[in-house]
Design a protein around this ligand. Structure first.
Ligand code: HEM
Length: 367
C-alpha cells in the first residue's frame, strides 16, 4: 500500500436497509406498544438509538452481515412518529377469497433482524427487549433459517425473481411522489404454515404447475394459456400502462419437525403498498375470481401486518420530533391518501387491468 498504512476491514452493519444481504438466519419480531405509563417515550428513545444497538451487537461479529430494519404500523404512526403518515400506510386489511382467508393480526412494530449468525440475532433481540421493557408486548416472534439453496420448505427456490441493481431501489424505496416518506419502504409480513404431507403427496409436475417454476433446477415455466394460473403469474402485477411492479421478498422457512409446525415467513418490501395488496387479492380471491392460488391449498396464512420502514435519520431524530402531530395523520379518521404520481391499476371500465387477466374491482381495494 502506497501510504504504508494498513486499512482495517470495515464491519458491514446496516440499519433500515430493505436490500440488506440474504443471510443464514433471521428474526421476525412483531410487537404492540403497551398502555404502560411512558411507553411511547420508551419506544421513541429505543428507536432513536437503534443504530447504536446494532453496532453494539454487530461489531462483535463483523463478518456476519448483520442488519436490522424497523417498521412502524399505521395505528401507532402519528403518536409515535409525530410526522405525517406515509401516503399509502394503512393497517393490513385482510383478504377474503371463497376458499381462503389472509387474516389481519395486531402489530405496531416490526423488527426484521438478519445475520449469518444466530447468536447475533439473539443478542440483538435480548438487548432490544430489555430496553423496551414493559412499553411493548410480543405479538409474534418467528426465527427463520436458510434451507439449502434458498429453498422454502415446499422444496422450491424462493426469491429468484426479486429485482436487482437499479430495479431493486426503484421497486422498494419511496421517492419524490411522497416527500415526507421518501427514502423509506412499505413492508408486509405474513406467517404461513404448510401442510407438508398433503403437498408432498403431489407429483413434482403438479407442484411445479402450482408454483410456475421447475423444482430441481428452478427454471421459469410458461404461463398457462387459459384456466388456473401459477403462483408466479398471480403474483405478477402489471398496471394500465403495461408496467410491471416488483417487490423485494426475503421469505424464510421456520418451524421444526418435532413441533409439527413448519412454514414460510413471507416478508415483502415495496415502494407502493398497493402492489403487495393487489398480489394478495390475486392470490386469495383469484384471477378470475374463484381461481385462487393453489399454493394456498397447502399453506395457511396465520398472521398479517403492514408497516412502514422510515429512513434511519428519521429514527435518529425521533427524540427531537415536535409534540403535536398534524391532525390529519390519524389513520382511524383520515382517509388514506393516494400518492398523486403513482400509476393506478384501474381501467376506465372499473376493472383492474392486471397481468393477462382482469379482476373486478373489489370492495376495500379501491381506496
Ligand atoms: C407460503 C407462502 C409463499 C411461498 C412458499 C412462496 C414461494 C414462491 C416461489 C417458490 C416463487 C418462485 C421463485 C421466485 O421468483 O421467488 C415465488 C414467486 C413470487 N412470489 Fe411467492 N410465495 C409465497 C407467498 C407469496 C405472497 C404472499 C406474495 C405476494 C403478496 C408472493 C409474491 C411472489 C412474487 C412477486 C413472485 C415472483 C413472480 C415472478 O416470477 O415475477 N409470494 N414465490
Amino acid at each position: 500500500m502506497a501510504s504504508g498504512r494498513r486499512t482495517e476491514p470495515r464491519a458491514p452493519i446496516s440499519v433500515q436497509s430493505a436490500d440488506a444481504p440474504l443471510t443464514a438466519t433471521a428474526i421476525f419480531l412483531v410487537l404492540s406498544v403497551s398502555d404502560a405509563a411512558g411507553a411511547l417515550d420508551q419506544v421513541r428513545s429505543t428507536l432513536a438509538d437503534i443504530t447504536g444497538l446494532a453496532k453494539t451487537v454487530a461489531f462483535r461479529g463483523a463478518d456476519a452481515a448483520f442488519s436490522c430494519t424497523v417498521g412502524i404500523g399505521a395505528t401507532i404512526w402519528a403518536p409515535l412518529m409525530r410526522r405525517p403518515l406515509p401516503a399509502e400506510l394503512r393497517p393490513f386489511p385482510g383478504f377474503h377469497g371463497a376458499a381462503h382467508v389472509a387474516p389481519s393480526t395486531p402489530g405496531d412494530l416490526l423488527f426484521h433482524v438478519r445475520a449469518d449468525r444466530r447468536d447475533l440475532c439473539f443478542e440483538f433481540e435480548r438487548l432490544l427487549l430489555s430496553q423496551l421493557r414493559d412499553s411493548v408486548h410480543v405479538e409474534d416472534e418467528t426465527v427463520g433459517f436458510r434451507y439449502f439453496d434458498v429453498r422454502d420448505l415446499l422444496g422450491f427456490v424462493d426469491g429468484t425473481a426479486n429485482p436487482i441493481g437499479d430495479d431493486l431501489h426503484e421497486a422498494t424505496v419511496v421517492g419524490d411522489e411522497d416527500p415526507m416518506a421518501a427514502g423509506g419502504s412499505y413492508v408486509v409480513v405474513q406467517k404461513y404454515t404448510h401442510q407438508l404431507d398433503a403437498w408432498n403427496a403431489l407429483s413434482a409436475e403438479d407442484q411445479e404447475a402450482i408454483m410456475g417454476r421447475s423444482k430441481a433446477d428452478n427454471v421459469e415455466l410458461d404461463d398457462a394459456p387459459t384456466g388456473q394460473k401459477a403462483h408466479k403469474t398471480l403474483a405478477t402485477v402489471i398496471d394500465e400502462n403495461g408496467e410491471e411492479h416488483d417487490i423485494l421478498r426475503d421469505n424464510m422457512p421456520f418451524g421444526s419437525p418435532a413441533s409439527g409446525e413448519v412454514g414460510t415467513y413471507f416478508i415483502a418490501y415495496a415502494r407502493n403498498l398497493w402492489v403487495v395488496e393487489q398480489m394478495l387479492t390475486r392470490m386469495f380471491v383469484g384471477d378470475p375470481p374463484g381461481m385462487h392460488d393453489r399454493l394456498l391449498d397447502f399453506s395457511t396464512a396465520v398472521t398479517g401486518s403492514t408497516f412502514f420502514v422510515p429512513p434511519v435519520d428519521v429514527l435518529s431524530d425521533l427524540e427531537h420530533a415536535p409534540d403535536d402531530p398534524p391532525e390529519s395523520d390519524d389513520p382511524g379518521t383520515a382517509p388514506v391518501a393516494q400518492p398523486a404520481a403513482r400509476p393506478r391499476p384501474s381501467t376506465s371500465d372499473g376493472s383492474l387491468g392486471i397481468a393477462a387477466g382482469r379482476l373486478t374491482l373489489l370492495e376495500g381495494l379501491d381506496r
